[in-house]
Unconditional design. Structure first.
Length: 105
């Protein structure tokens, strides 16, 4: 048998990497680009979910505001009726000395 010597695998790999440094560099760029796309997609999904939460909160506040406006209109309705009664019909509040109690038999 002949004694044949094989080159060291580590040195062969390093020589190949140095010889094809542009391929290695482009491979690293492609991997970094792919990871950045994954990260940006994650941020986009997170911001979209946050925007949806904010929109639903805005809708909730809008509904609450509408209910408060309706309630305010209902509460101011009495004062409007009272004002019209005083101005147009000449009605006024009764004072305690003007009150007359009628007894029930």
């Amino acid at each position: 048998m002949t004694n044949q010597r094989y080159p060291n695998l580590t040195t062969m790999l390093l020589q190949d990497l140095l010889r094809h440094k542009w391929v290695v560099l482009l491979s690293v760029v492609v991997i970094v680009n792919a990871l950045s796309i994954v990260y940006i997609s994650h941020l986009n999904r997170k911001l979209t979910a946050e925007r949806d939460d904010m929109l639903s909160y805005r809708d909730k506040l809008d509904r609450e505001w509408r209910h408060l406006v309706i309630e305010q209109n209902a509460l101011t309705e009495h004062s409007r009726v009272e004002r019209i009664a005083q101005e147009q019909l000449g009605m006024r509040d009764v004072k305690s000395e003007q009150e007359v109690l009628v007894s029930w038999p």
